[in-house]
Design a protein around this ligand. Structure first.
Ligand SMILES: [Zn+2]
Length: 192
């Protein structure tokens, strides 16, 4: 039997709302620090990253994707970024990868093996390949954290729809200590 968090979440939520616990978090939809962060979904970063980068509710847009890797120039991550820097008035992008990320060196094979154990047949995977889905490429991670960060930074910087004044920085974070390491300073690239 699968254990679900749903009941606990719903009962907690009733109390949260009725006690007006939301009050300290009230803000508007515009990022007051005019920044958007692209980072990994890693659980160690949920609270650590905002604390280590000194932003709170209302300060920044945060887009999470495995490895902070942007796979497609016209996918949903890039669309989110584009909305953030246009309608939501962000002026600075921080791509923040992290050490010990599961996407470093990720290959399709172990993911596909897990899927098979969960009942996804090889035949179904073959059908996908035949219909043109490049599963191996899609499930491919980055070589190392810095090159992954730079792939995302360059994809944004070279994107034809992003304004040229946009600053795009690349950083890594230590998921234990929160220590940031600057990989790419977007100000230098713009000669500011
Ligand atoms: Zn990660």
């Amino acid at each position: 039997m699968l254990v679900s968090n749903l009941d606990e979440i719903l009962s907690f939520n009733e109390e949260f709302v009725s006690s007006q616990s939301y009050e300290p978090y009230r803000t508007d939809k515009f990022p007051s620090k005019k920044m958007v962060i692209v980072t990994c979904m890693d659980t160690r970063l949920t609270e650590l990253l905002p604390r280590a980068m000194n932003f709170k509710n209302g300060d920044a847009k945060v887009i999470k994707t495995a490895g902070a890797l942007i796979c497609e120039p016209y996918g949903s991550v890039m669309r989110s970024l584009l909305v953030a820097v246009t309608l939501l008035k962000a002026e600075e992008v921080f791509v923040v990868g992290h050490l010990d990320c599961g996407m470093i060196g990720l290959q399709a094979a172990p993911v596909l093996a897990e899927l098979e154990k969960k009942g996804i047949s090889k035949e179904r995977m073959e059908n996908l390949r035949h219909s043109g889905v490049d599963i191996e490429n899609w499930l491919h991670g980055c070589q190392d954290v810095e090159s992954g960060v730079m792939e995302s930074v360059n994809l944004i910087r070279n994107h034809p729809l992003f304004p040229s004044h946009l600053m795009v920085h690349g950083l890594t974070i230590n998921p234990v200590t929160g220590k940031l390491h600057l990989v790419f300073d977007g100000r230098e690239a713009k000669n500011l």
